[in-house]
Design a protein around this ligand. Structure first.
Ligand SMILES: Cc1cc2nc3c(=O)[nH]c(=O)nc-3n(C[C@H](O)[C@H](O)[C@H](O)COP(=O)(O)OP(=O)(O)OC[C@H]3O[C@@H](n4cnc5c(N)ncnc54)[C@H](O)[C@@H]3O)c2cc1C
Length: 150
């Protein structure tokens, strides 16, 4: 909880591209003004995940997530009134595969590619990982097409 939003008019979700563990920031008080928190206060939600769920050290990943938050928003943690620090361990129904267990984008069938959060590269997750897998598939298709033209 902060007395002003970290980003003005952020009524969506900010996904970070410069982090390993910190994934996104939302400001629910900006998404639903006047319903989430008392006037003059802004609830923020930051979400992170291990880069590799198979070898996760939740405590150090959590610490790094906070450090990455501090790097992106210097001084914000000290000003914040932290209401909940929670970690989830167990099944991950929000995604097709755990982070760190992604399938490859290419398949043994020539010209058939898989994309989506089941094919995420290490260090990505969720929607960001799905987009990154599509970019990887495009890169592979372009390389293949260039090789065929030669
Ligand atoms: C409650 C919840 C909250 C989440 N919050 C976040 C978040 O805050 N940030 C984040 O990054 N990620 C979040 N995620 C994860 C994110 O939604 C997924 O990682 C992302 O949507 C995966 O995209 P995708 O295209 O791989 O798969 P999907 O979005 O699952 O798309 C697959 C599509 O294929 C369709 N389909 C399946 N089988 C067939 C078939 N046989 N024929 C035709 N169509 C078919 C499905 O209907 C679906 O539309 C959340 C997920 C959930 C459930």
């Amino acid at each position: 909880m902060l007395d002003k939003p970290l980003i003005e008019d952020l009524d969506g979700c900010m996904v970070f591209g410069n982090t390993t563990n910190l994934i996104y920031l939302e400001i629910p008080s900006a998404i639903s003004p006047g319903t989430i928190s008392p006037p003059g206060t802004y609830v923020h939600t930051a979400y992170g995940a291990p880069a590799d769920a198979a070898t996760a050290d939740i405590e150090s990943d959590f610490k790094n997530m906070l450090a990455e938050f501090e790097t992106n928003f210097p001084g914000a943690l000290a000003r914040a009134n932290i209401l909940v620090k929670a970690k989830h361990i167990g099944q991950a129904p929000g995604m097709h595969r755990w982070a760190g267990y992604g399938m490859p984008v290419n398949t043994p069938v020539s010209g058939l590619y898989n994309v989506g959060d089941g094919c995420i590269q290490p260090g990505t997750i969720g929607t960001e990982g799905a987009a990154a897998s599509a970019r990887e598939a495009v890169d592979q298709i372009l390389k293949r097409t260039a090789a065929v033209k030669r």
